[in-house]
Design a protein around this ligand. Sequence first.
Ligand code: NAP
Length: 591
Amino acid sequence: MTSAYRHIRMPSKGEKITVRNRKLQVPDEPIVGYVEGDGIGPDITKACLRIWDAAVAKAYGGRRRIHWCETYLGEKAARLYDGNYCPDETLKVLQELVVSIKGPLTTPVGGGFRSLNVALRQDLDLYACVRPVRHYAGVPSPIKRPDKVDVVIFRENTEDVYAGIEYKSGTPENAKVARFLKEEMKARFFDGAGIGIKPISEFGSKRLVRKAIQYAIDNGRESVTLVHKGNIMKFTEGAFRNWGYEVARQEFGGVTITEEQLYGEYRGRQPEGKIVIKDRIADIMFQMMLLRPEEFDVIATPNLNGDYLSDAVAAEVGGVGIAPGANIADFVAVFEATHGTAPKYANQNKVNPGSLLFSGVMMLEYMGWKEAADLITLVYPEVVSDGIVTYDFARQIDGATEVSTSAFADALIERIGGGIDLEAKRKAQHEQLVKERKQREIRRLLQPLEEMVDTGRVPHTVADLMTRALITVRDDDSVEQAMHLMTGNGISSIVVEPDGKGEWGILTRRDIVTRIVRGGRNPAVTRVKDIASRPLVSVPAEMSIREAADKISDSNFSRFTVLQGGQVIGIVTETDIFEAVEKFGWAGEAA
Ligand code: NAP
């Protein structure tokens, strides 16, 4: 293969990874791109390339091999490309090779340079920032049970505050936007305020959540949690949540259930092969990741929440220094160390290669090379537990032996080569996972309401409270039939299908007591239409609990049907609202 590039040399062997039928096609000898990075980048990249190669060689006995293609960004690029930190040919090759990995980069200050990471994200449309966070035995952590943390955070990368729509106080642009907001939109805020705009779209939200759900399916995960601040920012964060549920229902309806269904229809028992879609308000999520981290698995969230959450959760497992990450488009993926260039340690062969190493593990998993990835994740804790660590861990672990970056890599490679019973370790891991899932299930079965509260669930729309299992009768059915259905299903009301005018109706136990029993009528011969109440008042699924409470008080009705996309999807009653407020407290307002 010849190279048409100025400095990039395609390896003479290997084939490019491609995409066919919306699936990655990875040959046995793929060409994978890498950027060495600045500062400590060369030290950690050199070490990691050796470890990844050793794991692949061991896992596949030489049948598979990566052909690395060096590409250039940052200072090394500037030296080669006459001061250009972000050459077009690098972006083109990263796109063409589909999968690549990069070390940290210095962003030149001033001089009108775009941040290199921002340039990469924008030019390759890498809309999902993915951060897996789990604990490795032996790694120092500030919490008691870091082993309970095992989440993968999908953070939206292109919208929200990252859209960068801001107007500085005192500028004519700011004055113009402020005037429009105050005069035309009747918004109220202090004069001279800086103004930022937070766009969150259906397209952007859905493509992120879609990716998170697909990841959960591909990796046998238990749940996807949408983390948002929708109780305050209804049309951005709240909309993210709604669109998330929508994409789950519309595109993954066969393999997902909501948390309401888990507790309602399935009484807390998670059906085999189904992923639970739930949501949490951002502030509660921070608490929950400290108190009950094992309840969370895959997380999908808008940009700013994800920014805070990724670092906070990584810190729980002692891993800001070893936390891996990736920025991913529909298929093109750039895996990266999440720390910076730590210039004071450059070329000292001193720092921890963990962040880049585990980004490479993510990359191998992304390529479907799980055996090689597992080899690294299994030997890593063994080496660290033996006290063989770089300076950063050595200063936190009593009696540890501080080694250089390359010596740490040697220790891992030796362990990889030393024969490890991958199958036995995987089996043990799987058994542990099943055991923990079972324990959570038992808690849900035994104490459903307490579990909902303890795991941070807060209902905030009528859809969260409603009875979903809709039982309906027709106008011409007998009241007796309706009574049997109510008793059989343990419900106090039943929805009556639309009459000739298209009006839905309702029949309640109370209607039956007052109109049949007290009226001395025979339920076997009385038709449902003779005693049902019509018309029925409907509310949209996204109506807040407070709005529903207002409507119930104002309208003299004690129940509403809940509508979504023109369809009745459930019933919500004043009892539901009462019980929710009693159990969960009043969560509809700002804390
Ligand atoms: P930094 O490079 O991450 O370094 C901060 C501190 O974190 C280091 O002094 C060191 O702590 C520790 N650290 C970082 N990497 C480590 C490793 N591999 N092993 C052990 N310890 C490690 O952050 P910064 O100093 O704020 O940023 C420096 C440059 O990096 C800036 O130019 C910034 O723009 C750039 N940056 C790039 C990226 C990226 O490319 N993704 C991300 C962030 C920052 P101790 O001093 O305690 O030993």
